[in-house]
Design a protein around this ligand. Structure first.
Ligand code: B12
Ligand code: SF4
Ligand code: SF4
Length: 315
C-alpha cells in the first residue's frame, strides 16, 4: 500500500534525500523495454569478448521491468569520482575510477540509504533493490532515459554539468514516482576526439565499442594470458584506461572534483610501483587491495598486467 503523500511531494523528497547523501545527480525513469537491436547486435558481433554474463543477462537487460518483480521505476544516480592528476610511476597508469576505495562499497552504501528512504515513503522492500555495476541493469540507458545525460560517441554517459567521470547507480522500485524527461539531444556534434585518440581502434563505429580491443577490458575483465598483440595493446596501462575520457572536451571543461573523501587517490592504487607487482601473490594482494576495484583482477590478473608493462618498457 502506498501512502497518502502526493506523487510530486514524494518524488521531491526522494531527490532531496539523494542530494543529501552526496549524489551529484538524481533523476527518475520508468522501466519500459530497452531498444533491442543495439544490445543484440553488440553481442552477435562478439563485442562482449569473454564477458559471458553480458549474454546471460541479455533477456533482463532488454526488459528491465523483469529484473525486480513489480518494480516499474528506476531512481538513477550519478556520482563523480574525478580527481586531478596524480603523478604516475613511470610506466604504470591506472584509470581514475580505481584510485580510491571500491565504488561498489561507497556507492552501494549511499544507495542502501536511498533505498531505505524509498521504503519509508511506501515502497515494498521486496520490490525495491539497489544496483551499481552489478546485475543485469542497463545503467547508461536508464540514466539517459532519466535525463541525466546523453550516450556519447565513446559510449559513455556524459552529463553536461559534470562530464563522464561518474558512476551510475540505480534503485529499482515499485513506488510510484514522477519521471523526468529523457535526454534526447546529442552534444558530441562534429567532435571525434575520443574515436581518434583510442590507441587500439576499439570503436568499430561511433557509440559501439569492441571490448576485445579495449584496454579496459583486457586489463580488468580478460582472464588468462596475453598474446603478443594484447601485451602491446595495453602499452603502459596497468588497470583500466581513461584515454577516450581524457580527450573529451566536456571533461576538460566540466569534470568536477569528487566530494567523496573515500575516492581520494591512494598511492598504491593511483601510482603503483610495478616492481612490487610482477611477483605479487594472493595473500599480499589481499592485504594490499581488499576493498579496492583492483580485487576484480585478483593477484593473477594484476601480475599478468604488470609483467606486460615491464615487457613493453623494455621493447
Ligand atoms: C560491460 C561493461 C564494460 C565493458 C564494455 C563497455 C561498453 N562500452 O559496452 C568494458 C570492460 C570495455 C568497460 C569499460 C569501461 N567501463 Co564499463 N561497464 C560495463 C557494464 C557492466 C555494461 C555495459 C553494457 O551494457 N555494454 C553493452 C553495450 C551494448 O551497451 P551500451 O554501450 O551501454 O549501450 C546500450 C544502451 O546505452 C543503448 N544505447 C546505445 N546508444 C544509445 C543511444 C540512445 C539515444 C539510446 C536511447 C540508447 C543507446 O543501447 C545499448 C543496449 O542496451 C556497465 C554497467 C551496467 N550494468 O550497465 C559498466 C559501465 C558502463 N562502465 C563504466 C565505466 C566507468 C567504465 C570505464 C570508464 C572504466 C575504465 N576507466 O577503464 C571503461 C570505459 C570504456 C568505454 N568507452 O565504454 C560505467 C560508465 C559510467 C558512465 N558515466 O557512463 C558503468 C555504467 C558502470 C557504473 N555503474 O558506473 N565496461
Ligand atoms: S577505454 Fe581506452 S582502449 Fe577502451 S575504448 Fe577508451 S580509449 Fe580505447
Ligand atoms: S570526445 Fe567528442 S565525440 Fe567523444 S564523447 Fe567527447 S564530445 Fe563526444
Amino acid at each position: 500500500m502506498q501512502p497518502q503523500v502526493s506523487i510530486g511531494a514524494r518524488t521531491s523528497a526522494v531527490k532531496r534525500h539523494a542530494e543529501a547523501l552526496g549524489f551529484d545527480g538524481v533523476a527518475i525513469c520508468d522501466l519500459r523495454e530497452v531498444e533491442r537491436t543495439a544490445l543484440d547486435d553488440w553481442l552477435a558481433a562478439g563485442y562482449a569478448a569473454n564477458m559471458g554474463y553480458m549474454g546471460r543477462q541479455a533477456k533482463k537487460r532488454r526488459r528491465p521491468a523483469a529484473i525486480v518483480e513489480g518494480a516499474g521505476y528506476a531512481v538513477v544516480t550519478l556520482s563523480s569520482y574525478y580527481h586531478h592528476d596524480v603523478e604516475p610511476q613511470p610506466g604504470a597508469r591506472v584509470a581514475r575510477y580505481a584510485w580510491g576505495e571500491d565504488y561498489h562499497h561507497v556507492i552501494g552504501e549511499r544507495l542502501a540509504a536511498l533505498r531505505a528512504k524509498l521504503c519509508d515513503l511506501g515502497a515494498t522492500p521486496e520490490r525495491t533493490r539497489a544496483y551499481v555495476d552489478a546485475g543485469p541493469v542497463p545503467e547508461r540507458e536508464l540514466a539517459q532515459r532519466a535525463g541525466l545525460g546523453w550516450i556519447a560517441k565513446n559510449t559513455m554517459l556524459i552529463n553536461p554539468r559534470i562530464g563522464s567521470y561518474t558512476f551510475i547507480g540505480c534503485v529499482l522500485t515499485d513506488l510510484d514516482l514522477e519521471c523526468d524527461v529523457p535526454f534526447d539531444s546529442d552534444h558530441c556534434g562534429s567532435c571525434n576526439a575520443c574515436i581518434d585518440a583510442c590507441p587500439t581502434d576499439a570503436f568499430p563505429r561511433t557509440r559501439v565499442l569492441d571490448s576485445r580491443r579495449c584496454i579496459s577490458y583486457l586489463t580488468i575483465e580478460h582472464r588468462g594470458h596475453f598474446g603478443t598483440e594484447q601485451t602491446e595493446a595495453i602499452d603502459d596501462w596497468l588497470f583500466g584506461c581513461d584515454i577516450c575520457q581524457e580527450v573529451c572536451p566536456w571533461n576538460g571543461k566540466f569534470a568536477q572534483q569528487t566530494k567523496e573523501s573515500r575516492f581520494s587517490p591512494r598511492t598504491e592504487l593511483a601510482a603503483p610501483d610495478l616492481t612490487q607487482l610482477v611477483e605479487i601473490e594472493e595473500t599480499e594482494f589481499k592485504m594490499r587491495y581488499s576493498g579496492t576495484a583492483f580485487e576484480r583482477t585478483r593477484a593473477a590478473g594484476l601480475r599478468r598486467n604488470a609483467r606486460a608493462l615491464v615487457a613493453n618498457r623494455k621493447s
